[in-house]
Write a protein that binds this ligand. Structure first.
Ligand SMILES: [Zn+2]
Length: 254
C-alpha cells in the first residue's frame, strides 16, 4: 500500500474503532446491552448504516437524529478523531509490528477505562484485567527483559496509591481516591515499568487539579464534587509513553 493510503486506512480504522469504544463505554455505564443495534438516545429510532460511518455519518445528519432532530453529541466525532490520530501515533512510534499491535490493544483498553471512569466514576474490572493479561503476554513474547521492572511497577503502583488513599481517609475521613485508581496505577506500572510511576502520578495530579479548579472557577462544579482521577492517570501515562524515547535515550522500552 502507498504510505498515504496506509495512514488513511489506519486513521479510518482507528476512528471506526473509536466509535465502537465510545458506544461500549456509554452502554456499559448505563447498564445497557452491548449487542443491540445503535439507536437514537432520545426517540429510539435505529441509526442507518451511513449514520454509523465515523465523521461522515455525523456530518451527513448535521449532528442530529434523522427522526426526532435531537442533537447527537459532538463527543462522538471528537473521540473518533482522537482515536484515529492515536492509532496513527502508536504505529508511527512502534512500526506496524507485534509491539505496535500489543501497545494498541492495551491502550484501547485504557481509553475504555478512561471513558468509563468519566461516565461512572468507577474503574471497570474487566478491561483492567484484560489489559493486565495482554501486557503479561507482551512481556512473555516480546520483552522478557522488562519483566522485573514491570512487576515492581505493578506492585509499587498499586501499593503507593493504596497508602495515599489510606492517608487521605485518615486526614479527611472520607474517600478521596477509589480502590480502582490504585489498581489502575498498578496496571500503568506493569505497562511502563516502575520508572514511570512518579512522573505519571505527578503529571496526573497536576492535570486533574487544573481541570477541577477550572470547573470550580467557572462554576460547573462545586468543591465537594467527586472527580474521576483515572482519566488523568491514563492521559499522563500516554504522555509518558509518547515521550519516553526522549526521556530515556539510552534505555528504550520498545
Ligand atoms: Zn431520535
Amino acid at each position: 500500500m502507498e504510505p498515504l493510503t496506509l495512514w488513511g486506512f489506519l486513521f479510518f480504522s482507528g476512528a471506526l474503532f473509536g466509535s465502537f469504544i465510545f458506544t461500549t463505554a456509554k452502554r456499559l455505564a448505563q447498564g445497557q446491552s452491548l449487542l443491540t443495534p445503535s439507536r437514537c438516545d432520545a426517540c429510539g429510532a435505529p441509526i442507518s448504516p451511513l449514520g454509523l460511518v465515523p465523521f461522515v455519518g455525523w456530518l451527513v445528519q448535521r449532528g442530529r437524529c434523522r427522526a426526532c432532530k435531537t442533537p447527537i453529541s459532538w463527543k462522538y466525532p471528537c473521540f473518533e478523531l482522537i482515536n484515529g490520530l492515536w492509532v496513527c501515533w502508536v504505529f508511527a512510534q512502534n512500526g506496524l509490528n507485534g509491539a505496535g499491535y500489543f501497545t494498541l490493544a492495551i491502550t484501547e483498553l485504557f481509553w475504555l477505562l478512561a471513558l468509563l471512569d468519566f461516565l461512572s466514576l468507577e474503574i471497570a474490572l474487566t478491561p483492567l484485567l484484560l489489559a493486565l493479561l495482554l501486557r503479561g503476554a507482551e512481556l512473555t513474547f516480546f520483552a522478557p527483559e522488562q519483566f522485573i521492572d514491570a512487576l515492581i511497577g505493578l506492585f509499587a503502583g498499586a501499593g503507593v496509591l493504596h497508602w495515599v488513599r489510606s492517608l487521605y481517609f485518615f486526614l479527611r475521613h472520607r474517600e478521596g481516591l477509589g480502590e480502582g485508581d490504585a489498581t489502575l496505577l498498578g496496571l500503568i506500572g506493569f505497562w511502563l515499568g516502575w520508572q514511570a510511576l512518579l512522573p505519571v502520578l505527578f503529571l496526573a495530579s497536576l492535570l486533574g487539579v487544573l481541570f477541577a479548579l477550572t470547573l470550580i472557577l467557572f462554576r460547573f462544579a462545586t468543591i465537594r464534587q467527586e472527580f474521576a482521577f483515572g482519566p488523568w492517570l491514563i492521559l499522563a501515562s500516554f504522555v509518558f509513553w509518547s515521550f519516553q524515547p526522549l526521556l530515556q535515550p539510552g534505555r528504550l522500552f520498545y
